[in-house]
Each structure stands twice: as structure tokens, then as C-alpha cells.
Design a protein around this ligand. Structure first.
Ligand code: ATP
Length: 869
């Protein structure tokens, strides 16, 4: 069969049995059965059972299993059972955590999955790319990902980057003509587009010819490895730390094993004890706690409209010290309404144009024709700037679709935010006219004439001054100004941006885009949190400054800079003055990279927002690239680490606040694990060095490990958000989580728990002998660790953050306590858990001692931590 590139668009449509009107519902159902979904097959996900089995690959679990087998051979079946129960429960918990984390990440992926614009049932609609079918009529705009292979039906300067298929990084200009050649390579099939590429410029309409595994990329990709989330820097750091710590603990365990044997203890018991000590002291849960807290945290953030695409972003969020944000739509509402019009030397309100006056009427026609937006059934589709112009037409009962039918578009140069202009060609009577609209400064520099009711005149300095003065007034009121011009061209001429010269100026249309209600408060919060908000916009400097002033980003006009000024200074000069600039106006996407770099070179962690295809490099350069979910292009979303589902600046600030909390929670959780384990090790070392009886049975250590390392650690990771965290300065990203002060706290708190545990041990030795002592030490260590969980909730005292604000930690502590009580008091279990019966006095000692670390740490926090915060 000949390829579609050898067919005309009409032949291709016929071959696939469709028309330019697209598929209808009946066809969609039929074709869905025939072609399935547009997806590349992924390698099958691991089943829960497999995840469960994989838990047994862990080094510690293998040691434990070895110990269980040895016990079984020695006839100590009870130990074997206990160890097996511990291993199985641990593995089940591990499996649940893994699946939960995976599900929430998968949910996040689904939230940011790409969409495609198609023509179906006679209407332009958006669908998930996964639902594309062979025969669909697909629309492509700059910044879209091409998600199926297709034959081009219409191309308006359509340029596509196909580097993922061909390795060629230059964009390819696409056309519709037939290519009459055999064996044309993919890169040369310039009348086709291919899945996996993206549109860098222009616009096109495409007939989908293959989807899913039948696309060219599907053929080479074969099975996609289900994308594995890379470990975050924190996870890598903790893994490394965990390994080193495990090594140290194994050595300590070996020494204790040697000492025990030396003191004439039974080899098997000594071995079991050493193994249990290792298991209890090695913080194997570190990395998985980070994963689960990050995953649950991102789920929470998604509910608040911030979709995290890269997990490591959550960790860096708390270190952000600069947010470079777009204006339009992010700080403002992106709901534009035309307020004022300037035409024929007069400033008019948006509803007072006189349609009997040719010039006034023509300006509205130009606004509707040089425009891609539509309103269908009251739904506005398109760029809000252009939607505002469509709505202006409605004031005069002009329907954009009827007008566009009357004066069809014969050619165009699409808008792009570098050029800041857009042009279209139409036929009026027997003349061919190019209509151009865009930023006034750009347009005026290309204007040679001006149209007034007295006719077309030369464009003089006076005209220029007058127009600029009007523009200044509009802008001072925060209005966004578009200017309109035209020129006659010869018939059938295809235009490019090089034709946008020698224009005849017609008028200005100024629209209001009010700031979002939340912006001002969010900016204030940023500043309090030591974060500098910076506005970067393509809009005019005066408009931008007016809006920036309203929301508190800019105080003095001198803090604003324009793109052309930026071009005149070197990177070094920019770096020197970057912290004095709060607003960048009339910038192009390339300027954004320089601004990010300048801030980064000053040691800042920078978040940058973006939406266009040209924003992708700046989004990648920023420490955290943030793409707009509603107005953003697929390319920008792909380059970003966070996507804002509501495009709202205040969501960025909320995310930073959440990011700070998540990091703090992870840190607290780690502190809980490490300080508890330290307590265990110190107690054992103390007894060993002091030649006391062994303070714990192996099964005690396993029990404590099971009860405290799981639920309470996660509960601390789920500590609710505390707004006070935004009163602190951004966290220095170069200070590791496990720094000196953190280590001191871990050791001090571990020591405190060890002291009360050993006190209980000595009391037990005194009142009831070695067995009672061991039971009391076990119970005290377990209970004080559970209570210590409350200490680890926050830097601040629990009385300040609210005793009951974290319900999960209560549940975890109560479950742990009930299990402990069961083991201590339910006689049939005494044998297995090697505990002896305690009297009420002994119980009182346990309670009294266990609560001491809680009291001391809380008093310390009440007295000293407040000042630090
Ligand atoms: P931000 O970067 O804050 O989103 P912006 O939306 O104002 O800023 P652009 O969309 O790049 O940035 O617009 C820059 C300028 O280009 C506008 O001030 C306006 O003059 C002009 N412009 C915007 N949209 C169009 C359009 N659809 N057609 C023609 N000109 C436009």
C-alpha cells in the first residue's frame, strides 16, 4: 500500500472513510472496537503479590528468616512463629505502603495526562489524547504534543519538532502537498506529523492515520518500561545514610554477640539477640517513610490544585526564595473585558461605538476577523484576549462565525509571544487585505500611515505622540492595550512575518484583566516567608506596573524593567541588579532564562511559571518549573515539575507552604525513628558494658520494631499543616536533613528514653529479678517510644500546635499501647513474648517512667523553642 504522504488530503480522507466534519458517535463506537485506545503498551505493572514477595529481598528480612529457620531446627518453634509473624506483618505493611504510594502517583499522572483538540459531530472539542481514533480530525497549535500519526490537511506555517523520532533538533516546516517518491524517510514526510513530536510554531489540521502501537514511535518503542520514578535527593541521601548506619549497627551487634558468648551465654540465644538488635536498630523504614509521606503529601497538594509531576520538587519547594510569575491569568483573572476604544482620534467606551461610522465599524470587524476565539453555546474557547474581542462584537450583535464566513481567512501569520503580533488575510470587495493586531510598541514601529474619517494620512510624529499618550493613560489604569492596523496586498500572496511592515494604523482596544482576589494576600504571605515575588509579563510596562502595585509586588516604578533594557545589559550586570527588579515587562521567553539564572547565581532557589512552547527551556532551568494547567501548552506542562490546575499564583504559595510542611514532617518522622532506635541500642550497650543481665529478649525488640516503626512514624509524617511554617525563612537547600543539630537532638532524646528504660530495668531487678526487669525495660521502652511520637510531631510544643490536631498519631499510639497491654497481661502470650507477670506497682513505674521523656521535651520546647521560631 502506498503511504498517506503519497496521497492528497482528499484521497486520504476517502481511504479512511471520513469527511472534514470528523467522526460521529456511531463511527466513534465502531472505530473504538476496531482500533482500541491510543496508547503505547506499558510493561505490566507488578501484582500486589509480587510486591509482597519483593519485600523478602531485603537484607534484614533475610537475616530474620535465617534466624527463624535456625530456631525451628533447634526446636524453638515459638521463636520461629514470632519471627515469621513479624516478617509477614512487616511485609504486608510494606506492600500496602508501596501500593498506596504507587496509586497516588498514578492518580497524579492521570491528572496531568495530555489532551487533544478534535472535530467530532461537527464541533471542535477537547478529548484525552488516549481517546484519539484513526479518522479523527485533529487540531494542532503551537505548544501541542502530537499524540498520533496523521496526514496534514491544513498547515499555517506549521512547524514541528520531531527530535524524539529523528534526532533532528531543528523544527520541520510542514505542508500539504503530495510527495511522490518511494521510501521517504520519516524526517522527509513533510506532509505528515508523527506521535511523540511537538508543535513549535503555527497551526495545522491533521487527519489521524494511525494510533497507539501502530504509530511510528509505537513501532520503535516496543514495550514502554513503565516509567520508574527516580529516587529523590532526600531518598538517595537517606539510603546512603541508612547503609552506613546499618554497617555500624551490625558491628555493634557483632560485638554484643561476642561479649555474650564470652560471658558464657548460649550461642543460639546470643545469635538471636544480636539479630533482633540489628533488626530493631537499623532504620530500614527511612526511605519508605519518605516515599509514603511524599506520595500522600502530593495527593493532598493535588486536591489543592497543584499537580506534582516530579517528586523531588516537593522537597525543594520549601527552599524556594524567588517566584517568577507570569501576570496574565496567574496573578490576574484572565477574564478580559473591553473597556475603552481609541479610533479616529477619539476615546470611546466599549459600548458607544457608532456603527454608522465606517472606521468604528471596521475596527470591530478587524477584532473579529484577526482572531481565533469562538463562543459556542455560551462556552468561550480560545485566548481570553481574543475572547474579549469576540464579546465586543456581541455588544454590536455581530456573530464572529457569520462574519468569518462572510470574509473567509485566506492566510495568516499566527500570534507568538516573541513577535507579539498576529496577521490574517481577507478579501474585502475586490481587495486583499492583511489585518494585523498586537502590542502597540511593536506595531507602531511598523506603521507608515494612519486612517481617519478624513482619509488615510501619513503617520506623523504628532500622531505617534497622541497614540502613545492615550496608550499610557489606558495602561496607567491597568488596561491591556491591543493595537490594530492593516495593509493591502496582492492577490494570492502567502504572508510571513516579513510582511508585517508599512502598516496603516486604525485604532486601539483596551481591556481590563483584574487581579485575582487572592493575589494580594498571597504576595503578602510570600514576602513574610522570605520569598521574593517577581512578575514577568509580555504586557506593557505601565500596565504591568499598575497591576503589580495593586497586588503589592512593586512599590516604586524604578523596580520595573523592559525586555529591550534587559537585552542591553550583560549577565553580570543583570546579576548585580536582579534583586532590585520586581517587574519585567515586554519580555520574550528567552529573557526568562536569563532572569532565572541571575537569581540562581545569587544562590537562590527559583520557581518559574510558564505556559507557552517557548517557555519550556526556562521551566527546565528553574529549580521548580511550574506550568499552567488551563492555559498552558502540553510542551510547557511536560517541562514543568508542577502543574497548576487553576493557573492561580496563590496556589504556588500554598504549595510552598505544603512543601515546607511535608519536609518538616519527613524530618520529624526520621527523628522519631532514629531517636527510638538510639534508645534501644544505648540500653543494650549499657547492660552489656555494665555486665548486667540481658535487658530484652529478642522478641521484645522485634515487637517494638513492629509497633513503633510503622504506624506512629507514618502518623508523624501526616502531621497537619501549620501556617506558622510560613513565618520562617526558606530552608537552605545545602544543609542536609541529618545535620549536626539534628544528630544532637536524636542522641539526646534517645539517651533520655534509654535512661528511663534502664531505670525501669534496675527497679525490676531490685523488685523481682532478671525476668521482671526485662519485662519492665521492654514495656518502658515500647511505651516511652510511643509517647515520644508526640514529641516528634513538631518543633513546637504539642500544647501550642494543639494536642488533638493530629488524630492519626493518637490512633497509632492507642493501637500500640493496646497491643503492648495484650502482650503483658494476656497469659497465653507470656511464653511467646517472654514476659513475666507484673504487679500494679511495677505497672505504675512503667507509666511514670515512660511519660518522663514526653514531659521533659515538652517543657524544653515551651521554654526555649518559642524564641527560636
Ligand atoms: P504573561 O506572560 O503575563 O502571560 P501576556 O499574556 O501579556 O503576559 P503575551 O501573551 O506574550 O503575554 O502577550 C504580549 C503582548 O502581545 C500583549 O501585551 C498584547 O499586546 C499582545 N498580544 C497578546 N495576545 C495577542 C493576540 N492574540 N494577538 C495579537 N497580539 C496579542
Amino acid at each position: 500500500m502506498r503511504g498517506y504522504y503519497e496521497k492528497t488530503p482528499e484521497e486520504s480522507l476517502e481511504m479512511l472513510g471520513v469527511t472534514r466534519n470528523g467522526l460521529n458517535d456511531e463511527e466513534i463506537t465502531k472505530r473504538r472496537e476496531k482500533y482500541g485506545f491510543n496508547e503505547l503498551e506499558e510493561a505490566a505493572r507488578k501484582s500486589p503479590f509480587r510486591v509482597f514477595l519483593e519485600q523478602f529481598k531485603d537484607f534484614l528480612v533475610i537475616i530474620l528468616l535465617g534466624a527463624a529457620i535456625i530456631s525451628a531446627f533447634l526446636g524453638k518453634l515459638e521463636s520461629t512463629i514470632v519471627i515469621m509473624v513479624v516478617v509477614i506483618i512487616n511485609s504486608i505493611l510494606g506492600t500496602i505502603q508501596h501500593i498506596k504510594a504507587e496509586q497516588s502517583l498514578k492518580g497524579l499522572k492521570a491528572l496531568s495526562s495530555p489532551v487533544a483538540k478534535v472535530f467530532r459531530n461537527g464541533q471542535k472539542i477537547e478529548i484525552p489524547s488516549r481517546e484519539l481514533l484513526v479518522g479523527d480530525i485533529l487540531y494542532l497549535d503551537a505548544g501541542d504534543y502530537v499524540s498520533a500519526d496523521g496526514r496534514i490537511l491544513e498547515s499555517f506555517s506549521l512547524q514541528v519538532n520531531e527530535s524524539s523520532l529523528t534526532g533532528e533538533s531543528e523544527s520541520v516546516l510542514k505542508f500539504i502537498d503530495v510527495i511522490n517518491k518511494d521510501d521517504v524517510s520519516i524526517g522527509d514526510r513533510k506532509n505528515m506529523v508523527f506521535s511523540g513530536s511537538f508543535v513549535t510554531y503555527g497551526r495545522g489540521v491533521v487527519l489521524v492515520t494511525s494510533i497507539g502501537m501502530n504509530t511510528e514511535i509505537g513501532k520503535i518503542a516496543n514495550l514502554l518500561e513503565s516509567a520508574k520514578e527516580k529516587k529523590t535527593p532526600l531518598q538517595v541521601g537517606l539510603d546512603n545514610f541508612g547503609k552506613k548506619l546499618a554497617f555500624v549497627i551490625l558491628i555493634i551487634s557483632a560485638i554484643i554477640f561476642g561479649l555474650d558468648i564470652f560471658r558464657g551465654r548460649n550461642i543460639i540465644d546470643s545469635f538471636m539477640f544480636a539479630v533482633s538488635l540489628a533488626v530493631a536498630a537499623i532504620p530500614e523504614a527511612l526511605s519508605s517513610i519518605v516515599t509514603i509521606v511524599l506520595a500522600l503529601g502530593t495527593q493532598k497538594m493535588a486536591k489543592k490544585n497543584a499537580i506534582v509531576r516530579k517528586l523531588h520538587a516537593v522537597e525543594s519547594l520549601g527552599s524556594i526564595s524567588v517566584i517568577c510569575s507570569d501576570k496574565t491569568g496567574t496573578l490576574t483573572q484572565n477574564k478580559m473585558t473591553v473597556q475603552k476604544v481609541f479610533v479616529d482620534g477619539k476615546v470611546l467606551d466599549h459600548d458607544s461605538l457608532d456603527h454608522d461610522k465606517t472606521l468604528e465599524k471596521n475596527l470591530v470587524l478587524m477584532a473579529l476577523l484577526c482572531n481565533d476565539a469562538v463562543t459556542v453555546e455560551n462556552k468561550e474557547i480560545g485566548d481570553p484576549t481574543e475572547v474579549a474581542l469576540v464579546n465586543l462584537g456581541e455588544v454590536y450583535e455581530l456573530d464572529e462565525l457569520i462574519i468569518r464566513d462572510q470574509y473567509p481567512r485566506l492566510g495568516e501569520v499566527p500570534f507568538d509571544s516573541d513577535r507579539k503580533l498576529m496577521s490574517t488575510i481577507h478579501q474585502f470587495n475586490d481587495k486583499y487585505i492583511m489585518l494585523t493586531k498586537g502590542a502597540l510598541d511593536v506595531l507602531l514601529s511598523r506603521t507608515v500611515k494612519v486612517e481617519t474619517s478624513e482619509g488615510i494620512m501619513d503617520f506623523t510624529e504628532e500622531h505617534k505622540k497622541e497614540i502613545e499618550e492615550i496608550n499610557r493613560k489606558f495602561s496607567m489604569d491597568g488596561l491591556r492595550v491591543l493595537s490594530f492596523a492593516y495593509k493591502e496586498i496582492s492577490e494570492g500572496k502567502e504572508i510571513t512575518f516579513e510582511d508585517e511592515y508599512d502598516l496603516i494604523f486604525v485604532g486601539l482596544i483596551a481591556m481590563m484583566d483584574p487581579p485575582r482576589n487572592e493575589s494580594k494576600e498571597a504576595v503578602e504571605k510570600c514576602i513574610k516567608a522570605g520569598i521574593k515575588p517577581v512578575m514577568i509579563t509580555g504586557d506593557h510596562k505601565i500596565t504591568a506596573s499598575a497591576i503589580a502595585k495593586q497586588i503589592g509586588i512593586l512599590k516604586d516604578e524604578s523596580e520595573a524593567m523592559e525586555g529591550f533594557e534587559l537585552e542591553k545589559i550583560s549577565d553580570e550586570e543583570l546579576k548585580n541588579k536582579v534583586d532590585k527588579i520586581s517587574v519585567y515587562a515586554r519580555v520574550s521567553p528567552e529573557h526568562k532564562i536569563r532572569i532565572v539564572r541571575a537569581w540562581q547565581e545569587k544562590g537562590n532557589i527559583v520557581a518559574m511559571t510558564g505556559d507557552g512552547v517557548n517557555d519550556a527551556p526556562a521551566l527546565k532551568q528553574a529549580d521548580i518549573g511550574i506550568a499552567m494547567g488551563i492555559t498552558g501548552t502540553e510542551v510547557a506542562k511536560d517541562a514543568a515539575s508542577i502543574v497548576l490546575a487553576d493557573d492561580n499564583f496563590s496556589t504556588i504559595v500554598k504549595s510552598i507552604s505544603n512543601g515546607r510542611s511535608i519536609y518538616a514532617n519527613i524530618k520529624n518522622s526520621i527523628k522519631f525513628l532514629l531517636s527510638g532506635n538510639t534508645a534501644g541500642i544505648l540500653s543494650v550497650l549499657y547492660a552489656s558494658i555494665g555486665a548486667l543481665p540481658i535487658p530484652f529478649a529478642a522478641v521484645h525488640l522485634l515487637f517494638i520494631n513492629l509497633v513503633t516503626d510503622s504506624l506512629p512514624a507514618i502518623a508523624i509524617g501526616l502531621e497537619p499543616h501549620n501556617e506558622n511554617i510560613m513565618k520562617e525563612k526558606p530552608r537552605n537547600i545545602n544543609v542536609p536533613i541529618l545535620n549536626k543539630s539534628f544528630a544532637i537532638e536524636v542522641i539526646m532524646e534517645g539517651l533520655l528514653i534509654a535512661i528511663v528504660t534502664m531505670a525501669a530495668f534496675h527497679i525490676g531487678l531490685y523488685t523481682g529479678g532478671a525476668e521482671v526487669a526485662s519485662t519492665m525495660a521492654f514495656a518502658t521502652l515500647c511505651l516511652s517510644r510511643l509517647l515520644h511520637g508526640f514529641n516528634c510531631r513538631s518543633k513546637e510544643s504539642i500544647f501550642k500546635i494543639g494536642l488533638f490536631t493530629n488524630k492519626t498519631i493518637w490512633i497509632a499510639a492507642i493501637i500500640g499501647y493496646l497491643l503492648l497491654l495484650l502482650v503483658l497481661t494476656f497469659r497465653p502470650l507470656s511464653g511467646i513474648f517472654e514476659v513475666s507477670a507484673l504487679n500494679s506497682m511495677e505497672f505504675s513505674y512503667i507509666y511514670g517512667l515512660s511519660v518522663i521523656p514526653l514531659i521533659i521535651v515538652q517543657i524544653y520546647k515551651l521554654l526555649f523553642v518559642r524564641d527560636k521560631a
